[in-house]
Design a protein around this ligand. Structure first.
Ligand code: 5GP
Ligand code: ZN
Length: 115
């Protein structure tokens, strides 16, 4: 837990969130400013600031983030039509919350390349 981290506070239940899935590794909740009909953030319970801070010992954890995305995509009926998962890193990618999070976006045709 990092004291001034918004997403650690969501994990701890100190900041409310619309949680759609959680297990011992991850918590998933709806983005407060959704960019698609379905926009869920999947975060590890453990505080890791950016992709740059991942260590080899986090490999399973990253796998659990993707398995959660797969599960939620199924529940949200996105699996067949498709969806996108994105993890932004630092300034050029527009990262604003420095606790890694996997965006799960779907429910509309998504443009490529991204802006
Ligand atoms: P980033 O730009 O860092 O990849 O994504 C951060 C995301 O967190 C943004 O899509 C933003 O809308 C979302 N977000 C920021 N603050 C909150 C909050 O308090 N609650 C929720 N549910 N999402 C948030
Ligand atoms: Zn954190």
């Amino acid at each position: 837990m990092s004291d001034d981290c918004l997403f650690c506070k969501i994990v701890a239940g100190e900041v409310p969130a619309d949680i759609v899935y959680e297990n011992e590794h991850v918590v998933a909740f709806r983005d407060i400013n959704p960019q698609a009909p379905v926009h869920v953030l999947i975060i590890p319970r453990q505080h890791i600031a950016t992709i740059n801070d991942l260590e080899p010992g986090n490999a399973d954890l990253v796998g659990h983030m993707y398995l959660a995305a797969q599960h939620i995509a199924g529940v949200e009926k996105l699996a067949e039509r498709g969806y996108r998962t994105v993890m932004n890193c630092n300034q050029d990618a527009g990262q604003t919350v420095f606790h890694i999070h996997l965006h799960l976006l779907g429910g509309r045709q998504l443009d490529w390349p991204p802006g």
